[in-house]
Write a protein that binds this ligand. Structure first.
Ligand code: PMP
Length: 442
């Protein structure tokens, strides 16, 4: 019986790490053992400035007492309760609180446990919505090149990151992709939304013409593509997508797993851009990353299509064991309280110009070929080493970690999305250290 075996603390073999170069990591592990506010503590006692809010999720910073206490209280009081045919008050309270800060028109919340599950839920809801309205032929889904919608089968099917798709077979049938909106040479070093590229939304008309609107259920896009390297929507692009989807009775889903909860200086990107979709997927900042939780918000129109038939019947055959988990919901409420009490969305908005200037001051630094930003998110794109894509940015990540800052890389792009509690000296430290790293890099 091995339950009492105590593995050696340096035995790293069993954990197969996600999205990680496991062989490299296990030779030179980067272990985080503590966190407070803007910093991680490493196993060797160093402080690392968190330039990425964990994985774009700890928007209020780390180990915030209000959230910690809410979790502790809840786990001692009601640790788990089913959400199938049962309920508990705080899941309802959180749903109402979410709708209070959501874009006008959002009316209902379906809980999940992650961004990937939120995406699967929204895609399934879209297809089932049309069926509930007697439009069962509308099953096609449209995503976008370079889109990231998590790692489940629906998400990688509508997603457009080649490396996340190519090992996994034929994926979902009936999916098309809009072109991405990254136009090198046309929008380089743009501050905020780029000028060029709104017309790329018109590709949707081409796809509609090819298949017929009566076969298309939904379009899903990140209003600002995060994981693929902070690609901002060209001016007018989202408005056009909204107009075309509306014209053809196609649902529009915004994947706000990164952009939700203040990242762009509004509660949601939909508000920032003034374009309201039919559904919004969220996760990450919903609980400040503390407890896994996601949510899909829908309009009344989407929800109400399901509320037909005899009352005792289940309306939607979908849900998760942990949907609306009480501990996660308590974390969510305390997180929303923290955002409100500390004015963190407003803070992100107010700091955005300083962040923008600091990032764009990197123009002219070695290897830098583009810089993009909005709210408190930004990307610095590096010239790839010929024949060795991703290597330069990954080296920058390793060096930055040695020098005490956490950045994230995707391809040859360095992405940063600090907790919204960051201050100006910390922005200077983040960007200044990155400059030193890049100048010293081969
Ligand atoms: N959608 C978007 C836009 C994301 O950025 C992410 C995560 N980075 C996901 C979905 C997936 O979220 P999770 O990792 O929680 O499944």
């Amino acid at each position: 019986m091995a339950l009492d075996r105590k593995p050696a603390p340096n035995d790293l073999n069993a954990f197969w790490m996600p999205f990680t170069s496991n062989r490299q990591f296990k030779k030179a592990p980067r272990m985080l053992v503590g966190a407070k506010d803007m910093h991680y503590t490493t196993a060797d006692g160093r402080q690392i400035l968190d330039g990425t809010a964990g994985l774009w999720c700890c928007n209020a910073g780390h180990c915030r007492p209000k959230i910690t206490e809410a979790v502790q209280r809840q786990v001692a009081e009601l640790d788990y309760a089913p959400a199938f045919q049962m309920g508990h008050p705080i899941a309802f309270e959180l749903a109402n609180r979410l709708i209070d800060i959501a874009p006008e028109g959002m009316a209902h919340v379906f809980y999940t446990n992650s961004g990937s599950e939120s995406v699967e839920t929204a895609l399934k809801l879209a297809i089932a919505y049309h069926r509930a309205k007697g439009d069962g032929a509308r099953t096609r889904l449209i995503g976008r090149e370079r889109g990231y919608h998590g790692v489940n089968f629906g998400g990688i099917s509508v997603g457009g990151i080649v490396s996340n798709r190519k090992a996994f077979g034929t994926l979902l049938a009936g999916v098309d992709h809009l072109p991405h909106t990254h136009l090198p040479g046309q929008n380089d070093f743009t501050r905020g939304q780029p000028e060029h590229g709104a017309n790329l939304a018109d590709e949707l008309e081409r796809i509609v013409a090819l298949h017929g609107a009566e076969t298309i259920a939904a379009v899903i896009v990140e209003p600002m593509a995060g994981s693929t390297g902070v690609l901002l929507p060209p001016k007018g692009y989202l408005e056009r997508l909204r107009a075309i989807t509306r014209k053809h009775g196609i649902l529009l889903i915004f994947d706000e797993v990164i952009t939700g909860f203040g990242r762009l200086g509004s509660a949601f990107a939909a508000q920032h851009f003034g374009v309201v979709p039919d559904m919004i997927t969220t996760a990450k900042g919903l609980t400040n990353g503390v407890i896994p939780m996601g949510a899909v918000m829908t309009t009344a129109e989407v929800h109400d299509a399901f509320m037909q038939g005899p009352e005792h019947m289940i309306e939607l055959f979908h849900g998760y064991t942990y949907s609306g988990n009480p501990v996660a919901a308590a974390a969510g409420i305390a997180t929303l309280d923290t955002y409100r009490e500390e004015g963190l969305f407003e803070r992100a908005h107010a700091l955005a110009p300083y962040w923008e200037d600091a990032l764009h001051a990197l123009k002219g630094t070695r290897h830098v070929i583009d810089i993009r930003n909005m709210g408190l998110i930004g990307a610095v794109e590096l010239e790839p080493i010929p024949g060795e894509p991703t290597k330069r940015a990954f080296s920058a990540f390793l060096k930055a970690y040695e020098k005490g800052i956490l950045i994230r890389t995707t391809g040859d792009i360095i992405a940063m999305s600090p907790p919204l509690i960051i201050d100006k000296p910390q922005i200077d430290q983040l960007v200044g250290t990155l400059r030193e790293v890049l100048e010293a890099l081969d």
